[in-house]
Design a protein around this ligand. Structure first.
Ligand code: P6P
Length: 338
């Protein structure tokens, strides 16, 4: 019974990971250790983010970093920190990062896992103090242990994910993840350097009254999508679009709603990336009872062709994703939608 309600709110992430591992008699602990490595990197990135607002005047009070280097962009810093934590942890052989065109080899050829990640999504939001996030996906490698990981290890369908999660660096920092047995949320207490279980067994409300889409692109919406947006307005739904994927997704996961990044003139396949944005969020939302598709096909069944494939994303409450899919299908069958 994987019901994490057995673990009380306030359980530390470490204990939670250990107890969940006990549910798997054959688990050998590598995935548990990998989750701990990610949590460590998150704590380091969290500290960098909280300093970033001041870093430009850091010289003013003598806090420039020891090398006296100029402050690198935070998404570069986050990328370096996550790669270093995964390399030192030893469980991961190969990494796909939004920040790197090619796969990153960690040198741990014994590592059983591959990670696809967006180390810091929406970093343009940092300068205006909007919440930002890290998104990650974990797969078991296909190539034989002991060899160098390859692209095929990384181009697996979302249904092959063994774990997925995100971190939201907001009014508080939260880690939300699934290993395929429900979704759990942990809130970070910086003064203790610990994550505590704060949102056990997250389930997304089946229906919702929030829609998140950039209506600045409305002129390039398909007829079906335009009809769905009109439907949302007829229903007097709330339009909530922070412009930071993890923040919009997290709010909809807890409160109900749908997030849409559709094909647009500028991005005909949508802007978001299949491997390290759409698939991890799709895994989480399905584990929370929601749905995710590209408007026609379940996100996690889309066959990746390239590391940085873009893919339209319709993700959130089951009723809302099914409703927009009805409108999109009706566009081709010319049947009216209630
Ligand atoms: P647009 C941020 O740049 C990002 O990748 C996501 O975090 C966000 O949801 C989306 O792009 C916003 O894109 O085109 O609406 O500005």
């Amino acid at each position: 019974d994987h019901n994490s309600l057995a673990l009380p709110v306030g359980t530390t992430l470490d204990r939670f990971i250990m107890r969940k591992q006990e549910d798997f008699p054959y688990a050998t602990g590598e995935l548990s250790q990998l989750l701990r490595d990610i949590a460590l990197a998150t704590k380091i990135v969290n500290r960098e983010i909280n300093r970033s607002g001041l870093i430009d005047i850091a010289g003013a009070y003598g806090n420039r970093n020891v090398q006296g280097e100029d402050q690198q962009k935070l998404d570069v810093v986050a990328n370096i920190r996550f790669i270093r934590a995964l390399r030192n942890g030893g469980e991961v052989c190969t990494i796909v990062s939004e920040e790197d065109e090619e796969v990153i080899q960690t040198g741990n050829n014994q590592g059983k896992y591959v990670v696809a990640m967006d180390p810091l999504d929406g970093s343009s939001n940092i300068d205006v103090n909007v919440s930002i996030g890290t998104i990650f996906s974990i797969y078991r490698r296909i190539s034989p242990t002991g060899t160098v990981g390859n692209e095929q290890d990384c181009l697996q369908r979302g249904t092959h994910q063994v774990a997925a999660g995100y971190v939201i660096y907001g009014s508080s920092t939260m880690l939300v993840y699934t290993t395929g047995n429900g979704v759990n949320g942990f809130t970070y207490e910086p003064s203790l350097g610990e994550f505590f279980l704060s949102h056990p067994n997250i389930t997304i409300p089946a229906s919702g009254s929030v829609y998140s889409i950039n209506e600045g692109s409305a002129d390039s919406f398909s007829a079906g999508l335009a009809s769905f947006i009109a439907y949302c307005k007829q229903q007097s739904y709330s339009a909530r679009y922070i412009g930071s994927l993890v923040a919009d997704f997290h709010r909809n996961l807890l409160k109900g709603g749908i997030y849409i990044y559709p094909p647009t003139q500028k991005s005909p396949s949508g802007k978001l990336r299949l491997l390290y944005e759409c698939n991890p969020l799709a895994f989480i939302v399905e584990q929370a009872g929601g749905k995710s598709s590209n408007g026609y096909t379940r996100t996690m069944e889309i066959e990746p062709t390239g590391l940085h494939d873009r893919c339209p994303l319709f993700v959130g409450s089951k009723d809302l994703v099914e409703k927009v899919e009805e409108f999109l299908a009706a566009e081709y069958s010319k049947e009216p939608v209630a």
